[in-house]
Design a binder for this molecule. Structure first.
Ligand code: SF4
Length: 345
């Protein structure tokens, strides 16, 4: 499968009075045509910065550092002209955020906001754009779209506003949708509806999706591959099955232990991960997870872990898989994985 998006050695820093915050420290990630990929990690790990970098939405004091590469459909995103960038954003690649109210313009009807995107990217007139906006509102599940098209964002509930954002994002049938915590502010029932809608629109529009979330449970039903990010780096990547049933990195396992399991309702103790991530102004030389890892060895604090390839695209950056490391049964034995079939639903 040809990749639609390829990111190589992405580094993003924020220049602050305290020093250079190294938010993203060498990320490699690729997304195939019509593929759904999830980027998962705690807040502040650099996942949203990675998503924004794809659309070149990093603003000062942030900077995508030299040497980073982002290629979309064979084109170098980091050298697009202003005009090319406008056509790329919203036309070929779109983004939706957690806070739809903040992302929408409060002074403009939702219909106008959808039409703006259509009028800019497609060669159609106002009448046709309005009809298309109504059709799109109906398609994303807004009841009575002929009336709702003339209403303002504050007249919609949280779930309906997210549907409006999705209508804007899909207005020009983008090849890539970046969904940055799209369901975090919503209750569980609405979350499931939004994920179902994204899957349906992805199928109909042949779109690739990058789902960014702190919650592994949310991506269980949508992601084909998962990248786990910690402290600005990818610590594990693999198919959805690899991550849920054969997780290798201690951080991935800790994330999974924070996901409720349907088969253990009422019996399961959900674990939060103790400790805090390292300061990204002075990131550690060794493994960034060392200060929170119960398996940490002396080498972990001194040297960045080598990547072990388990085959089939499943890779993990952890010293425990070095040939000289002690074997830890619960990590080396896939059957000891903490998550079961019912994770996430
Ligand atoms: Fe833990 Fe060491 Fe592996 Fe890092 S490299 S996750 S500290 S065992």
């Amino acid at each position: 499968m040809d990749n639609l998006l390829e990111i190589k050695g992405l580094r993003v820093s924020y220049h602050t009075y305290q020093g250079e915050v190294q938010s993203v420290r060498g990320v490699d990630l690729e997304i195939g045509q019509e593929e759904s990929v999830a980027l998962v990690g705690e807040s502040g790990c650099g996942k949203s910065v990675t998503g924004k970098s794809i659309l070149r939405l990093i603003q000062a004091p942030g900077e995508i550092l030299p040497g980073s590469q982002i290629t979309f459909d064979g084109r170098d995103v980091l050298s697009l002209s202003k005009k090319e960038l406008r056509a790329y954003r919203g036309g070929q690649a779109s983004i939706i955020f957690q806070d739809a109210l903040a992302a929408l313009n409060p002074t403009m009807t939702v219909g106008r906001q959808i039409m703006e995107n259509l009028l800019y990217h497609r060669k159609i007139g106002k009448r046709e754009a309005r009809a298309e906006a109504i059709r799109l509102l109906g398609e994303v599940g807004i009841p009575n779209p002929e009336k709702r098209v003339d209403q303002y964002p504050h007249e919609f509930s949280g779930g309906m506003r997210q549907r409006v954002m999705i209508a804007i994002a899909f207005a020009c049938q983008p090849q890539l949708l970046i969904a940055d915590e799209p369901t975090t502010a919503l209750d569980v029932t609405i979350q499931a509806q939004i994920i179902k809608l994204l899957k349906q629109l992805q199928r109909e529009n042949h779109t690739s999706i990058l789902m960014i979330t702190h919650d592994l449970g949310v991506v269980a039903s949508i992601a084909q591959r998962i990248f786990v990010m910690y402290s600005g780096v990818i610590v594990e990547r693999g198919s959805s099955d690899d991550i849920f049933y054969r997780p290798r990195h201690p951080y991935t396992r800790a994330l999974l232990q924070a996901v409720p399991r349907m088969d253990q309702e009422g019996k399961q103790e959900l674990n939060s991960i103790e400790g805090t991530p390292p300061d990204l102004i002075a990131p550690p030389e060794g493994c960034p997870f060392a200060s929170r890892c119960k398996y940490a060895m002396p080498v972990c604090a001194r040297l960045a872990p080598e990547v072990t390839d388990f085959g089939g695209g499943h890779r993990c950056a952890c010293w425990l898989y070095h040939e000289m490391a002690p074997r830890v049964a619960e990590l080396n034995d896939p059957d000891a994985a903490p998550a079961g079939e019912e994770v996430g639903q």
